[in-house]
Design a protein around this ligand. Structure first.
Ligand SMILES: C[S@@+](CC[C@H](N)C(=O)[O-])C[C@H]1O[C@@H](n2cnc3c(N)ncnc32)[C@H](O)[C@@H]1O
Length: 187
């Protein structure tokens, strides 16, 4: 891995909140840096489903150009409130307390970070939320060298669908030895 060890202040704040809350499913640095790099190529509205402690949004905000906007939804109201405080001085991030579907009103998105497992399984919904050329990022896959991908002795049909759906051009990327993600661009 060759990446600077420094992380943006806004990301450090979100990681502090993760530690305080004992929240262990925050986005790892490698994914965060990828989100920031992709965000830098975007305009308009970027979104995240499942805010957690705000780490993903913080990385997105560190890369997104001026004039773009990031909306993120968190189901847990107390967590959403804490992250709203965290981003109080960050102009381009809006944290919404509620189900991910509350963000539908802000679509179409130029980038959508899907970090709620059940939503990854609804490819039709995500296809409708993206603008043409919009990018979906789906996290937390277990790397598999098989095709179709096999995890725990079963075909990972969600991943298979994402990598073969004709509405998207998609690629799976290894993020670490134990984790991969999918980048899918809406045609
Ligand atoms: C993997 S964590 C998110 C991590 C975060 N995206 C990050 O970058 O660090 C998933 C989050 O989704 C939230 N969540 C679960 N179901 C949800 C739903 N239906 N709508 C919105 N958020 C949801 C959980 O409360 C949890 O905080």
């Amino acid at each position: 891995m060759s990446a600077p060890t420094e992380i943006p202040d806004v990301v450090a704040g979100a990681l502090d909140l993760s530690r305080q809350r004992g929240f262990i499913t925050s986005t790892r640095h490698e994914t965060g840096r990828l989100l920031a790099a992709l965000a830098a190529s975007r305009e308009g509205t970027l979104a995240e489903l499942g805010t957690g402690c705000g780490v993903g949004s913080a990385w997105l905000s560190s890369g997104a150009p001026k004039g773009s906007r990031i909306v993120t939804a968190e189901l847990d109201p107390s967590l959403a409130e804490e992250v709203q405080r965290l981003f109080a001085d960050v102009e381009n991030v809006d944290v919404v307390a509620g189900d991910w579907s509350t963000l539908e009103q802000y679509a179409p998105f130029s980038l959508l970070f899907v970090d709620v497992r059940e939503v990854m399984e609804t490819i039709d919904v995500i296809a409708d939320l993206l603008e043409p050329g919009g990018i979906a990022v789906l996290d937390d896959f277990v790397p598999s060298t098989d095709w179709p991908p096999i995890v725990d002795g079963h075909v990972d049909s969600v991943r298979e669908q994402w990598l073969t759906d004709e509405r998207f051009t998609a690629v799976e990327m290894l993020i670490d030895r134990d984790a991969s993600l999918i980048i899918a661009t809406r045609r």
